[in-house]
Write a protein that binds this ligand. Structure first.
Ligand SMILES: [Fe+2]
Ligand SMILES: [Fe+2]
Length: 213
């Protein structure tokens, strides 16, 4: 099996409990209003945008540098879409302040190109895509079809494209056993931190069904 396919299977296995928790909350009609949950998405979009922007000038490989630049722009677009939706729902966006987290502190500490691709594009974007699907199901059930539309038409196609970009770049750069091991370790490390972060957010919110990563 090709390395990227192996890594995809490795990631899916570790991602499954995280996505399963969201589905359990969804099935049990857990609380959480759209305004509160969309603010989590907002914080996430700005953090991913900043992360990709920070990585751009310090990544030597041109195709990877451009992937981060594109990601930074796309995530800024997602921030705008979510913030417009929040404004339409009556939330005053002036009151929003981005928050940092151990997840993004870990990500900012990654310096190797293969680790950055494995974390920022390949894994983070898979988490985002999966948890957003659960969140869209929640919005659909509550009749918030406009939020569903924004995710389906704009945000999810971008997150899927970012993940595919991660797959292609890993196939190109993770070409030695050492680099492949580094990629695997990064995927495992990030999923562990993300799983813990989402579990503590779920305890605080009373639901594991929320967007972002
Ligand atoms: Fe995004
Ligand atoms: Fe993305």
């Amino acid at each position: 099996m090709a390395f990227v396919d192996q890594l995809e299977a490795f990631k899916s296995e570790r991602l499954a409990p995280l996505l399963g928790a969201g589905r359990t909350s969804l099935a049990s009609d857990a609380p959480g209003d759209a305004t509160q949950l969309l603010q989590i998405a907002l914080a996430n979009e700005i953090n991913v945008s900043e992360l990709a922007a920070a990585w751009m000038p310090t990544t030597r490989e041109l195709d990877v540098k451009l992937a981060f630049a594109r990601q930074a722009g796309d995530e800024a677009g997602h921030f705008q879409l979510v913030s417009d939706r929040l404004a339409a729902l009556g939330f005053d966006i002036a009151g929003f302040t981005p928050t940092d987290s151990p997840l993004f502190q870990y990500l900012r500490g990654l310096t190797a190109t293969v680790e950055r691709i494995a974390a920022g594009l390949f894994t983070l974007e898979s988490i985002a895509y999966g948890v957003n699907e659960n969140f869209m199901a929640l919005c659909e059930r509550r009749g918030d079809l406009e939020t569903v539309r924004i995710y389906r038409e704009y945000i999810q196609p971008d997150e899927a494209a970012h993940h595919q970009l991660g797959q292609r770049l890993l196939a190109r750069y993770a070409v030695t056993p050492e680099l492949q091991q580094a990629a695997r370790d990064t995927v495992a490390g990030l999923l562990e931190i993300a799983g813990a972060a989402r579990a503590s957010a779920a305890a605080r919110l009373g639901t594991a069904c929320f967007p972002g990563c």
